[in-house]
Design a protein around this ligand. Structure first.
Ligand SMILES: CC(C)(COP(=O)(O)OP(=O)(O)OC[C@H]1O[C@@H](n2cnc3c(N)ncnc32)[C@H](O)[C@@H]1OP(=O)(O)O)[C@@H](O)C(=O)NCCC(=O)NCCS
Length: 140
């Protein structure tokens, strides 16, 4: 692949559901998201109110999917980069573009996937010792 990538970042751009599901799979995030349940994935796409996508021409290569009030807190639920495009700064840019869309006083919180626990300190996140989860009532 050409190493001189010209990646375009878009805010809340239209997103084909199959392309989104393919990206979740091709990044490995699909192992931990309900990619086999199209209706849930469609709601995940449609109800998130801040979605930054990364494009190599017409190809979707990265996503940062966030729920936020833009003012106090933003929950960055899904950050994913196609395996062929990882370690080229796209994840970092997706986070920067997410931040740029928020007001300066707004914080970003997230849950790290096991493979990414060492990633977030690299891109400026601090570990929080008192994060708590109320697990779903049904098996996810
Ligand atoms: C995590 C992920 C989004 C990172 O995206 P990326 O585009 O590969 O990351 P970047 O190129 O922006 O990396 C930024 C820095 O973190 C480092 N880094 C990247 N992946 C890392 C990892 N898994 N562990 C530790 N450091 C990592 C890079 O080397 C780079 O360091 P540098 O600036 O000193 O060179 C991507 O690997 C991914 O999609 N993983 C699978 C899905 C996943 O687990 N998502 C997280 C859900 S919580």
């Amino acid at each position: 692949m050409n190493s001189a990538l010209n990646i375009e970042y878009r805010v809340n751009a239209p997103l084909d559901l199959d392309a989104m599901i393919d990206l979740y799979r091709s990044s490995t995030l699909g192992d931990r998201r309900p990619v086999g349940e199209r209706d849930r994935m469609r709601r995940m796409r449609d109800e998130a109110n801040l979605c930054i996508t990364a494009w190599d021409a017409a190809k979707l290569v990265g996503i940062a999917r966030t729920m936020t009030d833009f003012s106090y807190v933003a929950y960055l639920s899904d950050l994913a980069v196609d395996l062929d495009y990882q370690r080229r700064g796209i994840g970092r840019m997706l986070i920067e573009e997410t931040r740029a869309a928020l007001e300066p006083k707004c914080m970003i919180v997230l849950l790290a996937a096991p493979q990414a626990v060492d990633y977030y300190p690299n891109v400026g996140f601090a570990r929080h010792e008192s994060a708590w989860i109320l697990r779903p009532q049904q098996d996810a």
